[in-house]
Design a protein around this ligand. Structure first.
Ligand code: MTE
Ligand code: MO
Length: 319
């Protein structure tokens, strides 16, 4: 299905949800989307910020939630990407210095095939899908995002991981010239993340190259980022240049920074509080005052699909 940034916003609310607030909200979202597409056209005229290219992708309904998608404006202006600053508006303001072409990704470690590949070679065999996923940040906000990407496992299998490959490690670009936040010591650079191999092979784990029918904006992790919807947002590492199969659990940026607050697993869990705040509820960005605050669901609502990965594990200990 080919679509533009507007078509996705024409969602159908359940009839029980059709209230004056909801109608108002839909109009507000439509206006936001129209403004965003005007901004694309405006940007086309101002040559310094060319409009993001359209990306065709077929919606995968089996792996999409029916929650109302967040507005394009919110998804692209309220971000965490410390390489461009710690404020929510900093990535949109500052990520223009990131050069996403040419881009290459090095794949290494415990696999039969290894090497450095252009992004084009990485993407070539994969059909792009659109999947609407919830994203829950550890900071108690959430969004619903129509990503474009493909299953991470499909990529990993191409490199024939050996039986020693128990984990997968990911690494973000490290270049303080392009990423001014890397001149500050907020985190150890480069940003690194990891998954257990069975988590990485789960069909819900995807690599993302676009959103809302367009290529990925820099502030959302262009040109290639991970999206693991049942885990807190920080696991979904952006602007990936390295993927490595490892025997032991790889280090992860937030665990290095604050081990008492952020574990390796980071599964969304309303029953396990962050040491400084409850994780029992969240604020849906852009929702009306009446339904902005909602209970957080175990595994961010994906328990049916992923709880089996953790059978027998004490999720309070392995947080
Ligand atoms: N390299 C890198 N990846 C990152 C981050 C970061 O600071 N640097 N922030 C993480 C956090 S905390 C969240 S919530 C998500 C936000 O993704 P979004 O801005 O596309 O919504 O990206 C994650 N990936
Ligand atoms: Mo986050």
């Amino acid at each position: 299905m080919r679509h533009n940034s507007l078509s996705l916003l024409c969602h159908r609310p359940a009839s029980s949800e059709i209230t004056p607030e909801r109608v108002y909200l839909d109009r507000r979202r439509w206006i936001a989307a129209a403004t965003a597409s005007l901004a694309f056209r405006g940007a086309a005229r101002a040559a310094e910020a060319p409009p993001l290219a359209k990306l065709a992708a077929t919606r995968n309904a089996r792996y999409s939630v029916t929650d109302t998608a967040s507005a394009y404006e919110d998804i692209t202006s309220y971000n965490n990407f410390y390489e461009f600053g710690t404020g929510k508006g900093d990535p949109q303001r500052n990520a223009g210095t990131l050069r996403t072409q040419p881009w290459s990704v090095t794949i290494g470690g415990e696999a039969e095939t290894r090497g450095t590949y252009t992004l084009e070679d990485i993407l070539k065999p994969h059909a792009l899908e659109e999947r609407v996923y919830r994203l829950r940040c550890v900071e108690r906000w959430s969004m619903v995002i129509p990503w474009i990407g493909f299953p991470l496992g499909d990529l990993l299998r191409r490199f024939k991981p050996t039986s020693n490959a128990k984990f997968v490690a990911f690494r973000t670009l490290h270049d303080p010239k392009q990423m001014p936040g890397q001149r500050a010591g907020w985190l150890e650079w480069p940003y690194v993340e990891g998954l257990r191999i069975d988590e990485a092979m789960h069909p819900l784990a995807i690599l993302v190259v676009g959103l809302y029918g367009r290529v990925l904006p820099n502030q959302n992790g262009a040109p290639l980022r991970l999206m693991v919807p049942w885990k807190y947002g920080f696991k979904s590492i952006k602007s990936i240049v390295g993927i490595s199969f490892t025997r032991s659990m790889p280090p992860t940026s937030w665990n290095i920074a604050t081990p008492g607050e952020y574990g390796f697993y980071a599964n969304v869990n309303p029953a396990v509080a962050h040491p400084r705040w409850s994780q029992a509820s969240e604020r849906r960005i852009g929702a009306s005052l009446f339904d902005a605050t909602r209970p957080t669901e175990p595994f961010n609502g994906y328990a049916e699909q992923v709880a089996g990965l953790y059978r027998g594990m004490d999720l309070r200990r392995f947080f």
